[in-house]
Design a protein. Structure first.
Lengths: 507, 475
């Protein structure tokens, strides 16, 4: 196990050649990209009714007359949706709106039973703000947000289960969403990738969304246009939909940038249209043209009062917010002296970051703690495809183990190779108890180590001769034998000195 | 039959009457007056069963506040397990899975619901001629319309086919038919009564309101149905007063009447002179009755139709042929399910209003129509509230004319819309208004006089209405 070495392992992204990794379209053109991200909220009930939001329930069971849009029903606001909107807004440094009005977005769709979606139009709960991304070279850029607003999800139309009919499942109808809209300032598919990765990390930290694009709990539409470099006017905008992973957003954008540049180069007109991404071919195809675009006829939702989000409320949410990945990253790199790589890996997952936070609250040996997380702990989790939530070694126990190594009670190799596996298996004994029971306390008694040294030297008389002949590297062989004989307990420093001394003396 | 609920209850307690007896007599009268076409469905058996049950409760002394009340529901108020159509073909066969909040509250107080009442389709109309289930006749004169949209409700109460009814009022749909039929009709303050379970026409206007023969019943029913509801976020949490106990008038009132309304050239001369007599009499009784300026009467009806049709175009989007109700069998694509189901399922007036509402909300026209009408609505509200800051009530006619002949206005929607001129001010401003049957025309038809009050001033409005009824009513 390479174990503790990884903090000094090669950086994932080296500087130099890959610093120009952001793939610019080409010298002549530039892309202008804006993203719309739909974030499905982890509330227990729907946006405007008390129906359950549980995923995977039998179709059309998480419904009521309200989410079915029956005659005479009225919506009522789930305040959790507002709270989650405020959380995300605070995390993105947005301006939070005090008077929130809801609006109806009118259009017909089979899986939208009311014939309109209750959304926000002129008064989104959050405006402005930004999310910081880093490119592969470590350069950071703020992706500015236009707005974040609250709305409800539609149901699902299922076209492939019945040969004659489309089926409708309204379990998802009315599940709360936040829609985040960026300014059109994303320039490359790589930036889009980094941005979505950050958004996903953020919503997971905030515990407002599971961030799962494959299951559709986070969805992204992209608006993209191409123009000549330095041009002040925007090119015709194309909207791309149906990309069910962050990687596919990147692929779709790459395809679209290439397609549009090719079209411009051959003097073809780019049409303002909506396209859909086909993950199998990696291509985008036309879904609807501008002429087919809906006029949503927004107007204020008369069934819902204006929701007031006052300063005091925002303050109370702010105070209850968990630590955010960028805050932890800054703390680790500037206060604790972690490398960019270590800090990035640790903050990548909220659960690991929280484990690390707890661990360094219990041991002052930060460097050792980082090495344990980056080494044995992560290796174990990766090899066994486990989450840290399933990891049996508590931070108290791991901290105790680290202390035993640091104060010289046990050797590092005993800790990683002998005690740690027992702890992972769920031993209820303390590391000290395990070490004592198994007689793994480090041997620092010169007399007994000397016994092992003598035995080792006696075992390889020819190697002793070679050593004397100048092959000083052979000391490793004798050390290995001593450690083996002592079952790893011999203090390596003492053993090494005794081996050297014996070899010199037998000259 | 014109006893109050309280008097009926006393009779039952004395053994002089019973819910069963009353229910049977109403069922018989309904049968005898089938030609009026007021009821779309009569819940005969169920009503009789409930009557028997409630009789026992009355004798046992544990009956609810409204035991003895036999009530009809306008067919746009949901009652669990019962059909509801809003008098539209598009809800053909549809049965409600839940009860409106008002229905739950009425039943909890032992009201007997006897049936569902005809109305204009989706409450859009002023004559009840827009019903997919046929026109309703005015019980006073069968050649006349009963008014609308709660025409069936007003006609049924007038004809004695039920003791009282619940209607909905968006632009006068309770007060106008009450005026045409000669009964009492109330549009409560917006937010006084939960709208949950009332099929929406224009959400920021709609209010459920009772139709009764007297103010005492009105007060009692309002005590039961008013008040906050967790299912209606626009419903006020303000306490509901004990309306019935506070019906005694408290002193001299200051009443304004809008000059432009009285001088309106469309106002029938007899209705005008009746109002003038009432004004004179009220002054003689010591009240201060003064003319007030409200210079916007010409803009009321246009603003009303822009805003209500806008909301209606969205509220009626759910009737799409996909989820429930009528679906055309002439469809060949999912789009044609919408087009054909809606084209065939909705009546002409409903389609006209959906088209109008869609137009005023559409890109390019929104500011000119919807946004402007919203601004105008605020001006109406501010000005009306300003008047009411210094006056207790505003007195005005309910309708410019008595009930027209059947078919008289159906060819001219604008003429029909203008009939709403005196009733739209209250829902545009959210204020309560009541129509009192204290006018009778030489043509033999009744007409109402309207009182509009301050927000949540129903107590004062009922007390003053009670005095008006005693002084100007025919009993």
């Amino acid at each position: 196990m390479s174990a503790v070495a990884s903090s000094s392992a090669p950086r994932r992204h080296s500087s130099g050649a890959s610093a120009t990794n952001l793939r610019r379209p080409n010298d002549k053109y530039e892309a202008v990209i804006g993203l719309e991200v739909h974030i499905q909220l982890l509330t227990k009930s729907k946006a405007y009714s008390s129906d359950s939001t549980e995923y995977g329930a039998v179709p059309n069971t998480n419904v009521s007359v309200i989410s079915l849009g029956h005659p005479g029903v009225l919506p009522k606001i789930n305040t959790k949706m507002v709270e989650y909107g405020v959380r995300l807004g605070i995390a993105c440094n947005c301006v939070i709106r005090e008077e929130n009005e809801y609006a109806r977005k009118n259009y017909f769709y089979a899986d939208m039973p009311k014939g309109y979606q209750i959304s926000q139009h002129k008064t989104p709960i959050c405006e402005g703000g930004y999310i910081e991304i880093k490119d592969k070279a470590g350069n950071s850029k703020n992706i500015e947000l236009t707005r974040i607003h609250m709305e409800e999800d539609s149901g699902k139309s299922i076209h492939d289960q019945d040969p004659f009919n489309s089926l409708i499942d309204l379990n998802r109808a009315g599940v709360p969403l936040l829609e985040m809209v960026t300014e059109p300032i994303i320039e490359t598919s790589e930036e889009a990738y980094q941005f979505l990765t950050e958004v996903r990390k953020l919503v997971r930290y905030l515990e407002i969304c599971d961030g799962n694009m494959e299951e559709g709990s986070m969805r992204c539409d992209a608006n993209i246009s191409i123009r000549e470099k330095g041009a002040s006017e925007m090119g015709e905008k194309v909207e791309v939909k149906n990309m069910n992973s962050i990687r596919n957003v990147q692929r779709a954008l790459e395809y679209e940038i290439t397609r549009q540049i090719k079209a411009l180069d051959s003097n073809e007109k780019i049409d303002q249209e909506t396209r859909t991404f086909d993950a199998a071919t990696g291509k985008t195809i036309v879904m609807r043209t501008k002429e087919m675009a809906n006029d949503y006829r927004y107007f204020p939702e008369p069934d819902l009062p204006i929701v007031i989000v006052d300063e005091e409320y925002v303050k109370s949410i702010r105070e209850s917010m968990p630590a955010l990945p960028n805050e932890l990253y800054k703390k680790y790199t500037s206060e604790l002296g972690l490398s960019d790589y270590d800090a990035t890996v640790i903050t990548d997952s909220k659960a690991i970051a929280l484990y690390f936070e707890e661990l360094i609250g219990k041991t002052s040996k930060v460097k050792a703690a980082v090495n344990w997380i980056m080494g044995p702990v992560k290796s174990y989790l990766n090899e066994n495809a486990k989450e840290i939530s399933e990891f049996k070694v508590t931070t108290e126990v791991l901290a105790a183990l680290i202390e035993l190594i640091e104060n010289g009670t046990i050797s590092h190799s005993v800790a990683t190779q002998k005690i740690f596996p027992l702890l992972i298996e769920g031993s209820d004994k303390s590391p000290m108890e395990i070490a004592t029971e198994n007689n793994w306390i480090k041997e620092s008694d010169v007399g007994s180590i000397n016994e092992f040294v003598k035995q080792a030297i006696a075992k390889y008389p020819d190697k002793v001769a070679e050593y004397k002949g100048g092959k000083v590297g052979l000391i490793g062989l004798f050390m290995g034998e001593v450690m083996k004989l002592s079952k790893g307990k011999a203090d390596p420093k003492i053993a090494s000195e005794l081996v050297k001394k014996s070899l010199e003396e037998s000259k | 039959m014109n006893n109050s609920i309280h008097e009926i209850r006393a009779k039952i307690q004395k053994g002089e009457s019973s819910c069963i007896e009353l229910t049977k007599s109403y069922l018989q009268k309904i049968e005898e007056n089938k030609h009026l076409n007021t009821f779309l469905e009569v819940f005969s058996e169920e009503a009789l069963e409930n009557a028997a049950r409630i009789d026992k409760k009355i004798i046992g002394g544990n009956a609810g506040k409204l035991a003895g009340l036999i009530l009809g529901l306008k067919d746009n108020i949901c009652y669990k397990g019962h059909k509801i159509s809003a008098s539209s073909k598009i809800l053909e066969g549809f049965e409600s899975l839940y009860s409106a909040t008002v229905v739950e509250r009425l039943i909890a107080e032992d009201t007997i619901i006897i049936g569902r009442l005809n109305c204009d389709e989706f409450a859009m109309g002023s004559s009840n001629e827009n019903s997919a289930y046929g026109e309703v006749l005015n019980p006073v004169d069968n050649s006349k319309v009963p008014g609308g949209s709660s025409g069936g409700a007003a006609a049924a109460v007038k004809a004695g086919l039920c003791h009282a009814a619940l209607g909905t009022d968006t632009g006068g749909s309770v007060r106008q038919p009450a005026s045409h039929c000669g009964v009492v009709g109330l549009k409560p303050t917006y937010g006084r009564v939960s709208r949950y379970g009332a099929i929406a026409y224009a959400s920021s206007f709609d209010q459920i309101g009772p139709i009764t023969n007297n103010i005492e019943d009105m007060a009692l029913i309002m005590e039961v149905i008013a008040g906050s509801d967790e299912y209606d976020s626009t419903c006020s949490s303000q306490d509901v007063p004990n309306y019935r106990k506070e019906l005694q008038l408290t002193g001299v009132k200051k009443i304004g009447y809008i000059k432009d309304c009285l001088e309106n050239p469309g106002l029938d001369a007899e209705i005008k002179s009746r109002l003038e007599v009432i004004i004179k009499e009220l002054r003689l009784q010591g009240h201060e009755v003064v003319p007030v300026d409200f210079p916007y009467t010409d803009f009321l009806v246009p603003a009303y139709y822009v805003l209500t049709t806008a909301e209606a175009s969205s509220n009626l989007a759910r009737y799409d042929g996909i989820h429930y109700g009528y679906r055309s069998d002439q469809t060949d694509s999912w789009e044609s399910v919408y087009f054909k189901s809606r084209s065939e399922g909705f009546g002409k007036e409903v389609k006209r209003r959906i088209m109008l509402g869609t137009y005023v909300l559409s890109a390019g026209y929104f500011d000119a129509y919807y946004a402007k009408a919203q601004k105008v609505r605020r001006i109406f509200r501010d000005k009306t509230n300003e008047i009411l800051n210094t006056h207790d009530f505003i007195l005005l006619p309910t309708t410019p004319n008595t009930a027209p002949e059947l078919g008289e206005n159906t060819k001219d929607p604008i003429a029909m819309y203008l009939e709403d001129i005196f009733t739209v001010q209250a829902p545009l401003t959210g204020l309560p208004a009541i129509s009192l049957p204290i006018g009778e025309h030489t043509n033999g038809m009744p007409f109402g006089i309207q009182l509009m009050g301050r927000r949540f001033s129903e107590t004062a409005l009922f007390a003053f209405s009670n005095e008006m009824m005693q002084n100007f009513g025919d009993n």
